[in-house]
Design a protein around this ligand. Sequence first.
Ligand code: ADP
Length: 151
Amino acid sequence: MKKGLFPGSFDPFTKGHEAIVLKAINLFDEIIIGIGINSNKKYLFDTEKRIIHIKELFKNYPTVKVGTYQKLTVDYCKEIGSNNIIRGLRNSTDFEYEKSIAHINTAISGLETVFFLTDEKYSSLNSSIIRDLYLNKVDISHFVTSPELLV
Ligand code: ADP
């Protein structure tokens, strides 16, 4: 069974994230979208709402599951029996950053990271911009599917 973990903050889960999961679906028997919770970090959207939101987006995809974790990503990955970490790449900045994390993760755990390029139309999309728009009462439905589930 090929399991992949897609870890992230997903505050919120955007159409860019959604597209990455949809690309990965055919390569894995199961994908776990892992919401990493760092107790020192403040999140804009409530964790329970983020879980409900992501579950709803993939309700027609039985091989996509959602979980949360507080430990190191590689430890969570091993705990759930996942063979690979899945990450998305938007640009060369993402590439450099992700490359160093992936190398470190392989060094400490032997786990390999699988990368998917974002769709061009989502290459400028990031959760932090969406949080700004949301706080300024701008409609985010162009960038986030079913944002009403997050409130
Ligand atoms: P993190 O805080 O771990 O970077 P994010 O929630 O911001 O978590 O992103 C999780 C993963 O999704 C990362 O691999 C990131 O590069 C990728 N990602 C974020 N936004 C997009 C997007 N618009 N298109 C494709 N991948 C994306």
